[in-house]
Ligand binder design. Structure first.
Ligand SMILES: [Zn+2]
Length: 205
């Protein structure tokens, strides 16, 4: 008796598994020794992309369960592939969105006191400033006034009272009288005075 005959398959399989009855035109399962119809496609693997085995239901499950795309790839090749995955295959917008979302989440946690600040703004010094800059594209003060504020260690959110207070504090700190006659910081004091005059001239004080 020829066990490879279609008649045999029909009798053997058809009785227990109606779905797997071999059609004369359909390819057989590629699993050696299996006589059932190869109804399911499975990728042949790396280097043979676009090529498929054909399996019966049971054997496609078995194949998929043991399928390893990286089988036979040595460590260097695997590392190179993974690197490529990181920089090439992954859409960059997704990375950007995730990183940005992570930073936002981190900011939130920092604000809630649940976590330490991130590295890019170690003390969250500029968080408020950034929010302010984002809120209005136009700078509130001119370039010279901005430089003057920076000299005083202030940003453009400083009002007249804040500028006056800061100015007094700095003059006290850098004035020779307050430093036992030490005039080495006179240059700094001059810069502070100039900055204050600049702010006064544009009506900020
Ligand atoms: Zn099979």
């Amino acid at each position: 008796m020829n066990i490879n005959s279609r008649l045999f398959d029909r009798i053997r399989i058809g009785s227990s598994d109606a779905e797997a009855v071999v059609d004369s035109d359909a390819p057989r399962c590629d699993r050696p020794g299996c006589m059932r119809a190869g109804e399911f496609r499975a990728p042949k693997g790396r280097g043979r992309e676009g090529q498929f085995f054909r399996f019966c239901m049971d054997h496609v499950k078995e194949y998929n369960a043991s399928y390893n795309y990286f089988a036979g790839m040595d460590d260097d090749a695997l590392a190179a592939y993974q690197k490529q995955e990181e920089i090439g295959h992954r859409p960059t917008w997704k990375l950007g969105v995730n990183a940005s979302a992570a930073r936002m989440a981190q900011r939130g946690r920092v604000a809630n006191g649940e976590a330490g600040p991130d590295i890019s703004d170690a003390f969250n010094l500029f968080g408020a400033r950034r929010a302010q800059q984002a809120a209005k594209a136009e700078p509130r003060v001119g370039v010279l006034a901005m430089k003057a504020l920076e000299t005083l260690g202030l940003d453009d959110s400083a009002d007249s009272a804040a500028i006056k207070a800061r100015y007094k504090e700095l003059v006290k700190r850098f004035h020779p009288d307050a430093n036992g006659g030490d005039r080495s910081r006179e240059g700094t004091l001059q810069e502070i005075l100039k900055a204050y005059q600049q702010l006064k001239s544009v009506g900020m004080v």
